[in-house]
Design a protein around this ligand. Structure first.
Ligand code: AHR
Length: 491
């Protein structure tokens, strides 16, 4: 019997809903075809945005969307993407697949998308090949209400009133595709760029500096030392790759060993965050500066026969397990981790949605975001798991993994996963300080290699789960192998 103990009287940090954020780059079929098809498309759309995709994303209460990249961000010049569509510049997307970028999706379209989704925009500015003036004018174009050259340009393009844009990233992966900089150089550049990101009216900018790749602790140290007092948050990128880069492995055809390796590698996120947080604590003991994991997820070989530059991969129950584990880790670190953005929303890497022409499927990862949506802005509760381990000698992970939180209305959400490939997990879950009133549960379960296709879109889906026994303050249930459950307890 595996044991979970939750203490509702031991309340921790608030789980910022932005931890459940997403990331959409001009890469492959993420923006074009995946989200944006243009107003003249036969695919049902509203102002060019696919209705099916917008409605699916709204169902998981997408809180924030990062755009336009990724590596694309440091090659993107925002003025190419405004004004009459026919006269927008056509260019080659040199980073991703060498295809023509016609700039038909630009600033106005992104803001329209966020308004349809009801989510916060998070714009990543160009440091690598851009200028201070360019980024500063983008802020002015979007957020200045009054007499100014950029406000006038915006009005010419059909938008009189300014938008609100809180989240601004200053460069992406400046240690790599964003300019191959050293941390000292970037930190100084960051200080310069952020000076000219002005707060206009009541639009208060939340400044985000480019943080480290994975376990590059030196980057965090230098960045915090030189620029920590000038930023509201720093970013972290960490991808789960089952093998040693550049060998990645298939998204759908994998062994038990590869399954456990993938999970164990995804759970390294915990150690990596803890170590970066320790460094941040040295320079920022009051936790003023947030950590934003604005790129995370699995990265496999592209699907056979697809453009290698498009990063299109399928998504199985293995990915659902990675999502469950990673989101639990973010929840547990929610005193510092204030946002995270899964890479990438549609048709790229660990997507929540796949599309093909007018068809759409929701991936197993999507369903995890659905099961976890009750954690948005809820208060993390203390939880303890008496556990076994599963996996191989080199790559092992806990069998059971969970988060418990309490929403403002008093209801408690417990999400728990059984990471074993082949054995049930009988669980006793004790909830201290809770009146166990009405209990409902939903579960996602399957074989690790199960996935949804356009022919069989509901092979993996959430179903109701009623096999829960209640005795005193304890719930008992059995989690099948490779599953994630969401139990809601109302007092
Ligand atoms: O998400 C794909 C790419 O991965 C992004 O463009 C880049 O930031 C990262 O290396």
């Amino acid at each position: 019997m595996n044991k979970i103990v939750i203490n509702a009287l031991d309340r921790k940090s608030v789980i910022n809903k932005n931890i459940y954020g997403h990331f959409s780059e001009h890469l492959g079929r993420c923006i074009y075809n995946g989200i944006f098809v243009g107003e003249n498309s036969d695919i049902p759309n509203t102002k060019g945005m696919r209705n099916d995709v917008v409605s699916a994303l709204k169902n998981i209460n997408i809180p924030v969307l990062r755009w336009p990249g990724g590596c694309f961000a440091d090659e993107y010049h925002w003025k190419d993407g405004i004004g009459a569509k026919e006269s927008r510049k056509k260019m080659i997307n040199t980073h991703w697949g060498g295809v023509v970028e016609d700039n038909s999706f630009g600033t106005h379209e992104f803001m329209e998308l966020c308004s349809q989704l009801g989510c916060e925009p998070y714009i990543n500015g160009n440091v690598g090949s851009g200028s201070v003036q360019e980024m500063s004018e983008w802020v002015e174009y979007l957020t200045f209400d009054g007499t100014s050259p950029m406000a006038a340009l915006r009005e010419t393009n059909g938008k009189k009133d300014a938008w609100k844009v809180k989240y601004w990233g200053v460069g992406n992966e400046s240690w790599g595709c964003g300019g191959n900089m050293r941390p000292e150089f970037y930190a100084d550049l960051y200080r310069q760029f952020q000076t000219y990101l002005r707060n206009y009216g009541d639009n208060q900018i939340f400044r985000i500096a480019c943080g480290p790749n994975s376990d590059d602790y030196n980057w965090t140290d230098k960045l915090m030392q030189i620029a920590g007092t000038y930023t509201d948050a720093i970013t972290l990128h960490y991808y789960t790759v089952p093998h040693n880069w550049p060998k990645k492995g298939s998204a759908t055809d994998f062994t038990a060993e590869e399954y456990y390796t993938t999970l164990a590698k995804s759970m390294k996120m915990d150690e990596i965050i803890s170590n970066h947080v320790q460094i941040m604590n040295k320079y920022d003991p009051s936790h003023r500066v947030g950590l934003i994991v604005d790129e995370w997820g699995t990265w496999y070989d592209v699907e056979p026969g697809t453009n290698p530059g498009f990063l299109y991969q399928q998504n199985t129950m293995r990915d659902a397990m990675v999502a469950a584990a990673t989101l639990n880790i973010f929840n547990q670190h929610s005193d510092r981790v204030i946002m995270a953005n899964l890479a990438q929303t549609v048709n790229v890497l660990q997507s929540v949605i796949l599309t093909e022409a007018d068809k759409m499927v929701l991936t197993p990862t999507y369903h995890v975001f659905d099961l976890y949506k009750g954690h948005h802005d809820a208060t993390l509760l203390y939880s303890y798991v008496e556990n076994e381990t599963v996996g191989t000698e080199e790559f092992s992970c806990p069998k059971l993994h969970c988060t418990a939180s309490q929403a403002d209305d008093g209801s408690i959400l417990v999400t728990a996963s059984n990471f074993s490939l082949d054995s049930d997990a009988p669980v006793s879950c004790k909830l201290e300080g809770v009146n166990l009133g009405n209990i409902t549960a939903r579960i996602l379960a399957g074989s690790a290699q199960d996935y949804n296709t356009f022919e069989d879109p509901n092979k993996v889906q959430i179903v109701d789960f009623t096999a829960i026994e209640k005795e005193g303050d304890t719930l008992s249930f059995t989690l099948p192998p490779c599953s994630v459950i969401a139990i809601t307890v109302k007092g």
